[in-house]
Ligand binder design. Structure first.
Ligand SMILES: *[C@@H]1O[C@H](CO)[C@@H](O)[C@H](O)[C@H]1NC(C)=O
Ligand SMILES: *[C@@H]1O[C@H](CO)[C@@H](O)[C@H](O)[C@H]1NC(C)=O
Length: 169
């Protein structure tokens, strides 16, 4: 081994280490998708991921963009159809988000029918329209089976915003 190789080896190790640290930090950030389960009675949520990622609580929803939502869930039931309903809880009242595709078999890369005890990855998106008011809200996301029961129900604190800069104060 040359002197140079010996000298560079720790540097390479450092680099690998910093990449690892960045990856770990990013996954820690993603863990900030700080949802609350609101009754996933016919399923179980394994994880939820937003793109762009949620950097703090509440999650930023940037106006004029699409925010995509990936849910890793296990269904306890067999279901032919899967449908999505999303509400913004504003002053305690649920207001339907009209900009979310409903039919989750058609639009969400979900293989239907969904089998009982199967693990699935669901993707969907919400169009955050520029006309939405700048405000904080709770987003309630429901993914329903044929009987109208929730396979997935989660509530996520969010902020409608025009900037994803760090939140001060
Ligand atoms: C959001 O996604 C929809 C459907 O793919 C697309 O029609 C629309 O242009 C997208 N909007 C933005 C701001 O990217
Ligand atoms: C699933 O959806 C299709 C199309 O909307 C409908 O014809 C069918 O009856 C539904 N199946 C069940 C079990 O609800």
């Amino acid at each position: 081994m040359s002197v140079w190789a010996t000298l560079f080896q720790p540097a390479v190790k450092m680099k690998t280490l910093s990449i690892l640290v960045v990856i770990l930090t990013l996954s820690a950030i993603n863990a900030l998708t700080d949802y609350r389960d609101c009754g996933s009675t016919s399923g179980h949520i394994n994880s939820i991921k937003l793109t762009p990622p949620c950097l703090h609580n509440p999650c930023d929803l940037l106006r004029g963009t699409n925010v995509s939502v990936e849910v890793d869930f296990t269904s306890k039931v067999q279901t032919s159809n899967v449908s999505t309903f999303v509400y913004g809880i504003i002053l305690g009242l649920p207001v339907p988000f009209l900009t979310v595709p409903h039919d989750s078999c058609k639009s969400n890369n979900l293989a239907c029918p969904v089998a009982a005890n199967s693990r699935n990855i669901y993707t969907n998106y919400v169009s955050v329209l520029p006309v939405y008011p700048l405000m904080r809200l709770l987003v309630q996301w429901e993914i329903k089976d044929d009987s109208g029961n929730n396979i997935v129900c989660f509530v996520l604190p969010a902020q409608l915003t025009d900037s994803t800069g760090p939140v001060v104060g």
